[in-house]
Each structure stands twice: as structure tokens, then as C-alpha cells.
Design a protein around this ligand. Structure first.
Ligand code: PHE
Ligand code: ZN
Length: 881
């Protein structure tokens, strides 16, 4: 590590603030290049703080204009002001009022943190540490205050003025072209939940009546012209509000709920109290521009941000180490919501795919960290798959171990006891411990230990003794700064499937506690004995993916294919087929690497065929079963000396082989899945499209599809984005005749719709051919592309670096060098997005030696650059450690 690296923040150093800020009154006078912010803070020293302790407030690139204490301007020797810090000495003993005036330049704010402009609209982003870019403050989540915000702007520039909480007052300022609005939020909140918006926006409105009979005004604000694309988001919002009342007993607590969609946003969306600000990608949807996946994403993110109102806002985090307390829990809640809105197994499979493709690699590489980290250099880099997705898995496991009743009782206790507080993971777990009477000390290791545990299961059946024995062993791998690990509590949902395909019931079990169908694995090794087992069963293990672990079982391919066809848990049917496909792909990769011919086991082909034609199964589920494990799944499974080119080749070849073997069945089902009538985004209709499109992908890559006619016809006939983008993907990724014409037609059609054009960028960036890098470079000059817009950067460059493994990791290192260059350039304007791009290097150590050396060189080049942001510095340092 470089000597100039600033000291990290450590969990063990937490101590409460010396001062409390009870109320915040802001007066914000907006102007593009010189916005005036006056903050009036009512402050008192806490009893615990020694007299004479100075008040030290956080700042970031701030320009102080004036400062007054209890109405008296402060003399130069009474304070020290720097852009990142304000220290005030000589304070009264009792409460006092501090008035701070700062001047901001929203137009120049390219970091998209603090107050900035997106397409002319003024908006804010304060999580995690953006409020300190607006005014000096105790910018930490345990400083809770009641906010009143007055916003003033030129009426013609910004007819809409929005703040947190409820509207109080609004009007014109006589004799000027300006107007104002005052908002008051009665719920004490940390500064990261502050927001304001001002702009010329269109509004879509609706209403909601809460379970306790209160009327809430719902508004979605978008750029003019996008009013027609808000219906799905509004519908999702109303369903979320109802669901949280019904499932968690949580009722909304203000008179209005506002959502604003902006096109320049670093993340997905933000749960600011009463004023959610969204990346427009997670609001706008029309059949012509949004895919089924987009619709599902909007539903999930709208719900997620709404659910934060209780898990995050009413109960917030004591410090940023507790981030999973709001994020893991809220992801769990949005996953449950989507499961209830759609098919539960389909949702679970989608979530597990995401977990395995994003979180497992993170946990296996140099950026691995616990769900609750103990140390950070840059908190922005901890909005990770581990905190969010693994954090949600931990809550899910808690529910599995406690059962639904005790889980709900624990949640109720948490809401009761901690409402209005900034709290910790310990306090959360204590509620479940009390509600269930279970000791959760060992379980809490899930928050402390990084790395994906491995569960190894070996089984044997003794017919004479009618006994089935499973030996279950767990191990947790070493991760950065955590070499020795303790055994964890792992919920292992299991059932024994008899030869006739039914679950064996009424068995007696010894060797581990079992509640319902869940075994509680706690020791390094368990010998679990089932008695009175009438025939050799096949164990169905880790049902519903009951824990985020690697499962290594001694089941044969034949056993797995039996489960794929017969398991009563749909998730495990999918998982079993994936396991067989994964081992086939690994064999194929070895063959590709040593230039041997690639063959596919006919039994696997047969299993795929049976699945395609099984009309008793939900089409959405069949579509998921047919999707081969991805390239990153393979890389993860192979683990070291990874050759992404060989993986890509093998996977393409296996797909083509399956397509050729099953062409007839595929075509028949493809045709049967054609949906007449108008587009509908519901789960059933989208499932049919998903199955049809996955079949098109096979057929397009098979021999019969090489003339391109099927994919072209699919493209031409598409009346919605799901089908159009799927067809374009096949045409481009299989390089079929007509792909250039289709690209041109798509670009033409969607030239004016940036979110739609993003798909066009992504499809080209992820084409696995030797010219992909050149294409990406060329497209950065396309008029629809902009390095200043995070969505464009992710759609083109992010997609290349994470979604085109063979080309990003090409052997000559050109992909690495390019990414390094982009990271360095972008770091100067938007460090957060630059750091996220840089984390595409996270699996570099698993590559084969030649590629490893090239990746390391690129990383070292970035690391050796002076003037890096803390964000990028942190990622490259950890990658290299
Ligand atoms: N808290 C936001 C969410 O739900 C994510 C976010 C983090 C947004 C930081 C902006 C900045 O999930
Ligand atoms: Zn969140």
C-alpha cells in the first residue's frame, strides 16, 4: 500500500457524536452556477461530551460564505474552515443555533453526489456522504434531525419544487421571476436521506388509502414526454404499499409519496424520505422500449425503495458498517414481494443466478469482505453484491432457521423497539433471539466471516438396515485478512426422494437438529442418519438454495438427472440440471483448451429435450432450465488458470450441439410459444416470451439457424422490446446474415430513446468476437453515447468488461489496457462510476498466467498514477493486495 493512503475507518472506533443536531432548517436559492445554501442548525452538546470539545463538521469541496452563532457572525479566530472540514471553538454551554451559508456550483458537479443537475433538473444524492457537499454537517447516519427545507428558484426554470416530507407552503416572490416552496419532514432522519428536486417536470398522479384509512397522494415526476411510461411504476408502487401492510404490518407515514426519475444517476435509486429519486431506467417502461426484465426490475426497485421507508428510514443504521442492516433486509423484502407478485421458484432461480454470478466471484477474489465489514477506506465501494445480495440471504436463512412465525415476531419486535433509532446488526439479531428463544451467536458469524462456505455431502444407503446416512462437512475458505474461520450455522433444507419420485415422509432423523425440512448444520462435520428408509433414495439437498454455499455432493449425473425430472422442489430441479450442464461444460472447456473435439452426453440432451416439451411446467421455469450456466459460472467453478476464450468456445459449441440435436422439438415449442394479441408485461406472458427467446437463441446458434431467416423474421415481427432485443442479440452474437441491417434498423427506431439505445450498445459490446474492443471504442464516439452518463457507460463499457469475458480478457491484454485508460479518464469526473468499472478486474488472479500478468500490469499502471480518487485507489489497492 502507498504511504499516502489515508487511514481507514474502523468499526471498533465507533463512538457517538459529542453534539446532537435536533433541527435543520435549509434555505436553498437555486441558480445553475451559484446556488446559495443557508443552513440553520439547532445544536446541543450531549451530556457525555466534555465541556470545551470543539464542534467539527464534515464538508466536501465546500465554499463557505458566512457563519453565525446565535445570530452573531463568528470572528476569524473562532473557527477554522476548509473545503472538507469546519471546526468551531468557543461554544456556549447550552444549546445554540449555528447558521452556515455555503455557495455551490450544481452545473459543475459531475460526481453526481450532493446537488447537481440532470438534463437541467436540480437534484440531490446524499447517500452515503453527499450531504457534506451541500453544507457542513455531522454527516453520519446516527445524527438524526427534523428537517424543514425552503427551496427557491426561477419559476420558468423550475416550476416544480420538491423536498422531503409534507408540503407546507408555496408562493411567488413578489417583484421577481422567482418562486418558493417549503417542505417539512416530521420524522427525524440522518442527512443521507435528505433530498430536494427542482425542475420543469411532468407529473403523473394517483392516490392510495392506507390500512388505517389515511389518504396518500402519489406522484411520479418525469421529463416532459415520458408521462406515458409511468403506469407500471405507479402500479408497482401501489402494490408495494399494500403488500408491506399485509405481510409486514408496515403503513406509510406521510401525506405524500413522491418519485422523481432522472437520467443521470450513479446507482439504481435512492430512498430519500418521502422523495425517492430514481435512475429513470427503473421508472420508465413501455412495451416498445423496455424488456420483460426491465419491467421486473422496475417492480423490484420501486418496491425496494418504498420498503426502505421502514427498513432504513424509520429504523436506520448507526454507522456505515451496518449498511446490510438496511440493504440486506430490504433486498430480502423486495425479493419476497416479487415472489408473491410472480412465480416464487422462478424468482428464486433468478436471484440465485445473480448471487452466484456476482456475489460468489466477489467473495472468491481480492475484493471479498464480510456482509458487515469492519474496515473501509471508501464507503462508496461497499454497496456491493455481498452487502446487498448475501445480506438478503442471511435474513432468508434466519427465517428458515426460526420458521415463519418466530421470524415475523422478531421483525415486529425490531420495528417496535427500534423505531426512530439508528441501530446495529447486534440489535437486530437480539430481537430474533428474544422472539425465538434461540441462541444466534454462531449464526451471527454470517455477518463477520467473508468467503463462500463449502458444504460437502457424502451419502450411503444400507438396504438391510433401511438406513440412509449423510456425512455433511463444512469449510469456509480463507479471504483477505481472515485466514482462519469458524464453523457457521447453515440451514440445509433437504428431502429424500424415493424411486417413484415422491418425497419420503415420517422418517426419523439423528445427527443434527431438524425443524420442518431444515437441518441445522453447526459443526465442522455431521453424520446424519435417516432410519426406516424403505428404498435407496436420492437426496434433494439445499432446497430453494437454503444457504449461500457451494454444495459438493457425491450424487452421480444419473441421480441429478433423476432430480431434474422428478424433484418436488422446482428450484432443485433447475439446480440439478444446471449441475449436470456445468460439469458437461467444464469437460468441454478442457477439450477446447487442448484442441480435442467437444462432445455432449446424450443423457443431458435428452433431459433438455424433456424439459422443453413438458407443457405441465411454467414456460418461465422451462426457459430458466434451458439457459446454460454462464461464462462466469464456469470460470468460478474452474477456479484457477482460467482461459476465458476456451470457456466461451466450449459453451458456444455445447449450445450448438444441443440445438442441432433438439432442433425439431425446439422449433415446435418455439412456434407454440408465439403469443397473439396485445403485449402484456405479466408473469405468464413474459414467461412465454422468455421460453420462445431462449429457444431462438439455441436455434440461431445451431446449424439450421445459420441462414439467419428465423432470427430476422423474429426481429421483423417483434412488437415489443423483449422480442426485438432478443432477436438482435442472436443476430449479432451468432453473426448471422442480416445482423448489420438489424443493428441499423434498431438504431434508427430508438435513436431518440437513450434507455432503448443502451440495449444496442450492450449487445454489440458483448459480442464474443475479436473486433469487440474496436467496436466498443468506435461506439464511444456515437452521438448517443456520453461518458458523463452512468447508464451509457455501464451499457457499453461496463457490459464489455463484465459481460464479454473472452474479449475483455483477451490474451494480449488490450481489453485490460483499455479499461485502465477509461477508469483513469472517468476518475477525474465521476470517481464512483470509475471505481465500479475498475472492480471488473476483481477476478484477475484466477486467470491463466499470461493473462494474469497483463491484468496485473494494467492494474499497476492505474495504481502508479498520482491524483487517484479514494474510490479508485481503494479498488486497485485491494485488487493488488
Ligand atoms: N440506498 C440505495 C438503495 O437502495 C442505493 C444507493 C446508494 C443509491 C448510494 C445512491 C447512492 O438501494
Ligand atoms: Zn437499498
Amino acid at each position: 500500500m502507498r504511504p499516502d493512503t489515508p487511514a481507514p475507518v474502523r468499526l471498533e472506533d465507533y463512538r457517538p457524536t459529542d453534539f446532537a443536531i435536533d433541527t435543520v432548517s435549509l434555505d436553498i436559492r437555486l441558480a445553475p452556477k451559484a446556488t446559495q445554501v443557508r443552513a440553520r442548525l439547532a445544536i446541543r452538546r450531549r451530556d457525555t461530551a466534555a465541556q470545551g470539545t470543539p464542534l467539527v463538521l464534515d464538508g466536501d469541496e465546500l465554499d463557505l460564505v458566512s457563519l453565525a452563532l446565535d445570530g452573531r457572525p463568528l470572528a476569524a479566530d473562532e473557527y477554522t474552515a476548509a473545503p472538507d472540514r469546519l471546526e468551531i471553538r468557543a461554544l456556549p454551554e447550552g444549546p445554540f443555533v449555528l447558521e452556515i451559508e455555503t455557495r455551490l456550483d450544481p452545473d459543475a458537479n459531475t460526481k453526481l453526489m450532493g446537488l447537481y443537475r440532470s438534463s437541467g433538473t436540480y437534484c440531490t444524492q446524499c447517500e452515503a456522504e453527499g450531504f457534506r457537499r451541500i453544507t457542513y454537517f455531522l454527516d453520519r447516519p446516527d445524527c438524526l434531525s427534523v428537517y424543514t427545507t425552503r427551496i427557491e428558484a426561477r419559476e420558468s426554470d423550475a416550476p416544480v419544487l420538491l423536498g422531503n416530507g409534507n408540503p407546507v407552503e408555496a408562493g411567488r416572490i413578489e417583484g421577481t421571476d422567482r418562486h418558493y416552496a417549503v417542505w417539512h419532514d416530521p420524522h427525524p432522519k440522518p442527512a443521507y436521506l435528505f433530498a430536494m428536486v427542482a425542475g420543469d417536470l411532468a407529473r403523473v398522479s394517483d392516490r392510495f388509502t392506507t390500512a388505517d384509512g389515511r389518504d396518500v397522494a402519489l406522484n411520479i415526476y418525469v421529463e416532459h414526454g415520458n408521462e406515458g411510461a409511468c403506469d407500471w411504476a405507479m402500479d408497482s408502487l401501489k402494490r408495494s404499499m399494500r403488500w408491506d401492510e399485509e405481510v409486514f404490518g408496515r403503513i406509510y407515514d406521510l401525506e405524500v409519496f413522491n418519485i422523481v426519475a432522472v437520467s443521470d444517476f450513479n446507482m439504481g435509486a435512492m430512498e430519500n424520505k418521502g422523495l425517492n429519486i430514481f435512475n429513470d431506467k427503473y421508472v420508465l417502461a413501455s412495451p416498445d422500449t423496455a424488456t420483460d426484465q426491465d419491467y421486473a426490475g422496475i417492480e423490484a426497485v420501486i418496491a425496494h425503495e418504498y420498503f426502505h421507508n421502514w427498513t432504513g428510514n424509520r429504523i436506520t443504521c448507526r454507522d456505515w458498517f451496518q449498511l446490510c442492516l438496511k440493504e440486506g433486509l430490504t433486498v430480502f423484502r423486495d425479493q419476497e414481494f416479487s415472489s408473491d407478485m410472480r412465480s416464487r421458484p422462478v424468482k428464486r432461480i433468478a436471484d440465485v443466478r445473480l448471487l452466484k454470478s456476482h456475489q460468489f466471484p466477489e467473495d472468491a477474489g481480492p475484493l471479498a469482505h464480510p456482509v458487515r465489514p469492519r474496515l473501509y477506506h471508501e464507503i462508496n465501494n461497499f454497496y456491493t453484491a455481498t452487502v446487498y445480495e448475501k445480506g438478503a440471504e442471511v435474513v432468508r436463512m434466519l427465517k428458515a432457521l426460526l420458521g415463519p412465525e418466530d421470524f415475523r415476531a422478531g421483525m415486529d419486535l425490531f420495528f417496535d423497539r427500534h423505531d426512530g433509532e439508528a441501530t446495529t446488526v447486534e440489535a437486530f439479531l437480539a430481537c430474533f433471539q428474544e422472539a425465538s428463544g434461540r441462541d444466534l451467536a454462531q449464526f451471527s458469524l454470517w455477518y463477520e466471516q467473508a468467503g463462500t462456505p463449502t458444504l460437502t455431502v457424502d451419502s450411503k444407503y444400507e438396504p438391510e438396515a433401511r438406513r440412509f446416512t449423510m456425512t455433511v462437512r463444512q469449510s469456509v475458505p480463507p479471504t483477505p485478512k481472515q485466514s482462519a474461520k469458524k464453523p457457521m450455522t447453515i440451514p440445509l433444507k433437504a428431502a429424500l426422494i424415493g424411486p417413484d419420485g415422491t418425497e419420503m415422509t415420517g422418517l426419523s432423523v439423528a445427527g443434527a437438529e431438524m425443524t420442518g425440512d431444515t437441518l441445522h448444520i453447526r459443526n465442522p462435520s455431521h453424520m446424519i442418519v435417516f432410519s426406516d428408509v424403505p428404498a435407496r433414495p436420492v437426496p434433494s439437498l439445499l432446497r430453494e438454495f437454503s444457504a449461500p454455499v457451494h454444495l459438493k455432493s457425491d450424487l452421480s449425473d444419473a441421480d441429478l438427472l433423476f432430480l431434474a425430472a422428478r424433484d418436488t422442489d422446482p428450484f432443485n430441479r433447475w439446480q440439478a440440471l444446471q449441475s449436470v450442464a456445468l460439469s458437461a461444460l467444464i469437460k468441454a472447456t478442457q477439450a477446447a483448451a487442448s484442441q480435442r473435439p467437444i462432445t455432449v452426453d446424450p443423457a443431458l440432451v435428452e433431459a433438455f429435450g424433456a424439459n422443453i416439451a413438458d407443457d405441465s411446467l411454467d414456460p418461465a421455469f422451462r426457459a430458466l432450465c434451458l439457459q446454460l450456466p454462464g461464462e462466469t459460472d464456469l470460470a468460478r467453478e474452474i477456479g484457477k488458470d482460467v482461459d476465458p476464450e476456451a470457456i466461451c468456445q466450449a459453451r458456444r459449441q455445447v449450445r450448438a450441439t444441443i440445438a442441432d440435436a433438439l432442433a425439431e422439438t425446439m422449433l415446435a415449442t418455439y412456434t407454440a410459444m408465439t403469443s397473439p394479441g396485445p403485449f402484456s408485461p405479466d408473469a405468464a406472458a413474459s414467461g412465454r416470451r422468455a421460453l420462445r427467446n431462449v429457444l431462438l437463441e439455441y436455434l440461431g446458434h445451431g446449424t439450421g439457424g445459420q441462414d439467419g431467416t428465423l432470427a430476422q423474421a423474429h426481429f421483423d415481427a417483434a412488437d415489443n422490446m423483449t422480442d426485438r432485443a432478443a432477436a438482435l442479440g442472436v443476430l449479432v452474437h451468432a453473426r448471422l446474415p442480416g445482423h448489420e441491417e438489424a443493428l441499423a434498423a434498431f438504431a434508427d427506431r430508438h435513436a431518440g430513446t437513450p434507455l432503448a439505445l443502451d440495449k444496442w450498445f450492450t449487445i454489440q459490446a458483448t459480442a464474443p468476437f475479436g473486433d469487440a474492443l474496436e467496436t466498443v471504442k468506435r461506439l464511444t464516439a456515437h452521438p448517443g453515447f456520453s461518458m458523463g452518463n452512468p447508464n451509457r457507460v455501464r451499457a457499453l463499457i461496463g457490459a464489455f468488461a463484465t459481460g464479454n469475458q473472452s474479449q475483455f480478457n483477451q490474451a494480449d491484454g488490450a481489453g485490460f489496457d483499455y479499461l485502465a485508460e477509461v477508469v483513469l479518464g472517468l476518475d477525474k469526473t465521476n470517481p464512483q462510476v470509475a471505481a465500479r468499472l475498475a472492480s471488473a478486474f476483481r477476478s484477475w488472479r484466477a486467470l491463466e498466467p499470461e493473462r494474469q500478468a497483463r491484468a496485473e500490469a494494467a492494474l499497476r499502471h492505474v495504481a502508479a498514477t498520482g491524483e487517484l480518487s479514494p474510490d479508485v485507489r481503494d479498488i486497485v489497492d485491494r485488487c493488488l493486495q
